[in-house]
Design a protein around this ligand. Structure first.
Ligand code: UDP
Length: 312
């Protein structure tokens, strides 16, 4: 089995590399290292693994047979995609078009890493795959949301028009080791603040909700979807919903930090709630998350503690 994985040096991508190699696959990992890090792959010394530094918004040539093309390349944290809005749009648009072309040329199954952001600021909760979303196309998050919505549309067009074997995973908030401490997302930000004894920054009044899935659970779901013959989008995420303020309190408890919680302005178009309906993943993949938030946060904290300086 040979896999081409774009974004393989990123948080999710690097965990996927590990899992695919453990399952016996040959992996060609493609990444331009815009938001991914070579460090995430430094532990891999496997003759079945190849890394190519390449920007997937430009054409790529791959020699030999390919069984799966998995497109994970994109900035994914709000801070990252606000810093790189045009690169984000290109990764979702041109990057998806180019990787679909590669899958078509090789007769490979294609999997698109999409996102819960296609639901925008949802009026329906929990969000089932049948919900079309509530997205502001011209707002600051539009560069990511619309890139992924276009990516889903072109994936379905290749499936319907060319008969390409495609899959779409809608990834909800996921956390774990290898997130960049400075990526701006709530999990690495609050964990590092707590470890350093700095105030925990809660945006808005903290009443907005998220549902956090531990990385190993997500990877298991992705692998099941890759191996399936499902074409319709599938949500993967943890349905346990929590407010951001409550999340900050849990971080303080787990780290034993004496950091205070401070409130900062809510970013524009920040979704008020987000919770996956995982009925489809349960029924079609026999998948559901196993790692509770406490446990996942402890594992993540251990990893960050070994790398992030502490002033607490
Ligand atoms: N957030 C926060 N403090 C931070 C970073 C994020 O309160 O330092 C909030 C953010 O406003 C959002 C939630 O945490 O409501 C999750 O944000 P994140 O950037 O992790 O991802 P999102 O789910 O918005 O894509």
């Amino acid at each position: 089995m040979r896999v081409v994985l774009t974004g393989g040096a990123g948080f999710i991508g690097s965990h996927l590399c590990d899992r695919l190699l453990a399952d016996g696959a040959h992996v060609l990992c493609v990444d331009n290292l815009l938001t991914g890090r070579a460090d995430n792959l430094a532990h891999i010394s496997d003759p079945r693994f190849e890394f190519r530094r390449h920007d997937i918004t430009t054409p790529i040539e791959v020699a030999g047979p390919v069984d799966y093309v998995l497109h994970f390349a994109s900035a994914a944290s709000p801070v990252d995609y606000l810093t790189h809005p045009i690169k984000t749009l290109k990764a979702g648009a041109l990057g998806t078009w180019i990787t679909l072309g590669l899958a078509k040329a090789k007769g490979a199954r294609f999997l698109l890493a999409s996102t819960s952001e296609v639901y925008g600021d949802p009026e329906v909760s929990p969000q089932p795959e049948t919900y079309w979303g509530n997205v502001n196309p011209i707002g600051p998050r539009g560069c990511y949301d619309e890139a992924k919505r276009f990516a889903e549309a072109i994936t379905m067009a290749y499936h319907r028009y060319h008969g390409l074997n495609t899959a779409i995973v809608r990834v909800f908030n996921t956390y774990g080791p290898r997130m960049r401490p400075d990526d701006g997302r709530v999990v690495p930000t609050l964990l590092t603040q707590a470890m350093r004894g700095e105030p925990l920054t809660v945006y808005g009044d903290g009443s907005q909700t998220r549902s956090f899935c531990y990385i190993t659970d997500l990877i298991e779901g992705i692998v099941r979807l890759v191996r399936s013959d499902i074409h319709d989008p599938v949500n993967l995420g943890n349905p346990e919903e929590i407010t951001v303020l409550e999340f900050a309190r849990r971080v303080t408890a787990i780290t034993g930090s004496r950091s205070e919680i401070v409130f900062r302005p809510l970013p524009q178009d920040d979704p008020a709630r987000r919770r996956p309906d995982i009925t489809r993943a349960k029924a079609l993949l026999g998948w559901e998350p196993r790692v509770p938030l406490e446990e996942g946060l402890k594992r993540t904290l251990e990893w960050f503690a070994a790398r992030v300086g502490s002033r607490a």
